[in-house]
Design a protein around this ligand. Sequence first.
Ligand code: CUA
Length: 312
Amino acid sequence: MDTAWAGAPTFLRPESTTAREINSLALKLLVICALVFVVVESLLIVSIIRFRKRRAEDVRQTHGNTTIEIVWTLIPAALIAIIFVFTVRTMNTLDLPGGDVPVQVTGHQWWWEVHYPQEGVTAANEIHLPAGRSIDVSLRSADVIHSFWVPQLGGKTDAVPGRTNRATFLAATPGLYQGECAEFCGLQHAHMRFDLVVESPAEFSAWLAHQGEPAAKPSSPAAQRGEQVFLANPCAGCHAVRGTAAQGAIGPDLTHLASRRMIAAGTVENTRENLDRWLRDPQAIKPGALMPTLPLGDADRAALVAYLEGLE
Ligand code: CUA
């Protein structure tokens, strides 16, 4: 993993075969459009300069000139046909046959649920992948239309309520890639991001095995008190912490919250200060988020932060 720039979400730095195909198509279309622009604008500028002294009455009208009309219909039609052929050829290369790693991703307002069906592992806002193996994402939505997009790895795929869409790609280079929701889906659409972590197959297996384990038992008195606070408050009604009585399925699974880089779907970094701010007033960080403000005292909130920090 190198600098922040390496993970910056831009399709101009493709890192998968799929993204390279899309990038090369985009460049071809850009060249065609640029040529059209240059030719049309040049003719326009020449006409403006060359004929500016002519009086309107002296201009010969060419209305009804069949030859000209056929020519300016055929040229755009030919250009669009060329674009069509390029596009269909690219589309045919995008769908990788049978991905190696199936992942179910569900868009929620405003976060991503991540489920590995073969291992029964559930995570949120962070997808891990082994380098060099293809991923097969089944994409769903729990509420409105979202769009799954990792600019460096592939094109956008909509998550539509009531149906399952597929996205496949293969990332060869380990690294951190940022993904985002690319379809306006409400107030916090811009804070619906996720990390896509491509790592060595051994690191990936270790991550997956760890994510499949139940939550760590709270180790300090503060964390133990935090667990009680968690279970006694509405937290447990919305969030699951596997290995405890908390089985809520409305918000993100928090079993391994502390292992994630960010919280609130890529809104702020996962630090003690930010967890505390988030619990004190989620609406100040992410207005409109479904996370309510809980009436917790300072001591209870500190205990809850200690508990959440231990969920590695
Ligand atoms: Cu989800 Cu925009």
